[in-house]
Design a protein around this ligand. Structure first.
Ligand SMILES: O=C(CO)[C@H](O)[C@H](O)COP(=O)(O)O
Ligand SMILES: [Co+2]
Length: 225
């Protein structure tokens, strides 16, 4: 399943974050995700400016795209993301998520992502109120609620995020939008069911999946939560 509206079917998607994969043997972890119940590949691109960490960029996304058999869900944590929309399309991104806080002309950037034929996502940090997305909700395919401060894997889930998911779900339903809700940061088998119940459609998990003894089983547990 690539995208599905909440109203059609209860979507429970899982997008493992490759930030926590083994970069000495990335091919192995890509194949593991290919053969798992995961729906997408979550690729965290960080520039050391918008967030304090630097992860990987276009060359790695291009390489992953060569063997990934599932959509590439690219989470851009970079300043002025509009500069790289065409490049990430060329690298193989299917879903391109940019940060509300990093975008001066958010509406224009959303249109540019869609014009390239990608699904458009907007991410919001823990301090950003979901109501700020009201005027673009119908234009976007997905809202990514950051449940940690962006920049690093392995952080503790921020509980206030549950309230944000519920509030955004109510806003989406009352506006008639078909936007999906993705939750990213500190997700594991102890909070997955609560997040889906609150209204999340897609969970991102990095350290929970890749630190597990059996990563495919960890993905299955999130799908079944
Ligand atoms: O966007 C991110 C960090 O900015 C990552 O996707 C997120 O942190 C996933 O890692 P973990 O599941 O280990 O928290
Ligand atoms: Co992410």
């Amino acid at each position: 399943m690539f995208f599905c509206a909440k109203t059609d079917i209860m979507a429970k998607l899982v997008s493992p974050s490759m930030l926590s994969a083994n970069f000495l043997n990335l091919e192995n972890d890509i194949k593991m995700v290919n053969d798992s119940e995961a729906d997408w590949f979550h690729l965290d691109v960080m520039d050391g400016m918008y967030v304090p960490n630097i992860s990987f960029g276009l060359p790695i996304v291009k390489q992953i795209n060569k063997i990934a058999k599932k959509p590439l869900d690219v989470h851009l944590m970079i300043a002025q993301p509009e500069r790289y929309i065409k490049d990430f399309k060329a690298a193989g991104a299917d879903i391109l998520t940019i940060h509300y806080e990093a975008s001066t002309h958010l509406h224009r950037s959303i249109q540019a992502i869609k014009a390239e034929g990608m699904k458009a996502g907007v991410a919001i940090n823990p301090h950003t109120n979901v109501t700020l997305l009201e005027d673009v909700l119908k234009d976007i395919d997905m809202v990514l609620i950051m449940s940690v401060n962006p920049g690093f894997g392995g952080q503790k889930f921020i509980e206030q995020s549950i309230h944000k998911i519920k509030r955004l779900r109510m806003e989406i339903e009352s506006s008639g939008a078909q936007t999906m809700i993705q939750v990213d940061g500190g997700v594991d088998n102890t909070n997955a069911a609560t997040l889906y119940d609150a209204g999340a459609d897609c969970l991102v998990a990095g350290s929970y999946v890749f630190k597990a003894n059996d990563p495919q089983e960890a993905i299955s547990l999130l799908k079944k939560a």
